[in-house]
Design a protein around this ligand. Sequence first.
Ligand code: ADP
Length: 528
Amino acid sequence: MSERTRSAELAALTAIAAQVNCTQDLDEILRGALQTTLEVIGEEAGEIFLRDEESGDLILHTYQGVSEGFIAAEAVVGAEECLCGEAIRNGRLLAVPDLEAHPARSRQACLREGFHSCIRLPLLARGQVLGLLNIQSRRGRYFTPEDEELLTAIGHQIGIAIANARLIEDAEKRRATLDSVMHSLVDGLILVDRRGRIAYVNPCAEEMLGLPAQALLGQTVEAVEREMAGRVTQPEQVIGRLRAAATDLQNRPTVEFTLTAPSARSLQARFFPIHDAGGGHLGLGLLLRDITREKELDEMKSQLLSTVSHELRTPLASIKGFATTLLRQDVEWDEATRREFLAIIDEESDRLSELIGNLLDMSRLEAGTLRVEPEATDLGRLIQETAAEFQVMTHSHLLQASLPASLPPVWADPRRARQVLRNLVENAIKYSPQGGPITLSAQVQGDSVQVSVADRGIGLEPQQLERIFDRFYQVDSASTRRVGGSGLGLSICKAIVEAHGGRIWAESRPGQGSTFHFTLPLASTVDL
Ligand code: ADP
């Protein structure tokens, strides 16, 4: 060692160590380390490569005092091919005092750049080579054992910095992955620490409970229960069951409860214990699942059962009654009465078969197999036929078709379009018990034909209007109950119209009648 003093070496090492300890940015650390190393060793040119963890390739990370052309040649170096490879394989510093005399292939690029001596310094941490620091010298230079010793120590320092940076990067990646999992969870998740305070709330739980994370974090579960009590139905029972569940973690019982705000919904809560890797108790987790839809489905199913059994029994009772009456041996029925009874049996059988048809459609809808087979269809004719068909069934209503001189064909399944029309007209008759006009009209609106069925019947309240296309929905007043029905018709109409790419809606005022509209696409606008 010539001019360089021991204290300068120490200063360089300390500078690198300080940077490693107080900076987290690996780029900055490596740039600073290269500069300090070159300064202390009295050279101007060098590079640092990092080793790709998967391929093992050396990838240039930072450099100083070398030309772009030289860098381009070195940007990605196969670890096996060169001086670098040798240093990496040995895991030890490689000093080349005379490049000209060295057999390695890669020395040509160094010689072209005017370098005559070089150092290849593996950057090591826990015995692994994580990168390489190259020092290029334009003089033919002999590196002393002291130089090598100092550089080896520097190599270890930088190696540790790289290992730490990778650890931090890994931890960051894991945290980000975990964060996105928590954010994408469709269930609510709340974590409670050992002291019983809420330590984490995912966005879904915030939304379900209608409380921002800030209002929950650090709170005890009891405080949150008190805060929520006003929005839970039967709060005392629910809180009691939640507390019991939180202490019975072995069986992980579920507690169901209903919230009235921010939106009415049913939730299912389940506690689970959280342990660390050694089995130590860290706290509790609480999973919240929105079961509103399941509850609704359950309710709808039981409603369906009662409606269907009622709806099946009524026409069946009537068919059975009239058939039994007609079969009586002891009474002679005149022809007119016999025909009347048979007409009732016929009508009631139609009602039965319609109900069964609706149920089949509904199950197809549920299974996603309700298919439509559209073709160019003359909707005007369907409207006229439907009006005529229903006119013969009622004397108190006047069915009118109001159509333009010519109506272009629509792209629709004629059987299904007829089904929608029939359903709307049937409802119009059913829900205008006093009789009156029922108008079926159609007109071209942009790319579609809009069909409207208007009655002057009992009409609907605005809040009923919102729900009539829901499955099984019936305005459950005495007047609609009397006329019977399953509450399936309009939801099937909606599914059929939407399967054609159309829209269905209604306008109505209580006591003033209703108008149902739906659209079907014009055949001319459909790309075949
Ligand atoms: P339903 O078999 O009960 O008629 P729908 O699905 O066809 O079932 O209709 C759902 C509900 O919408 C009916 O129960 C009724 O309350 C209401 N509704 C349908 N059409 C009319 C109408 N034209 N006027 C008034 N209310 C109607």
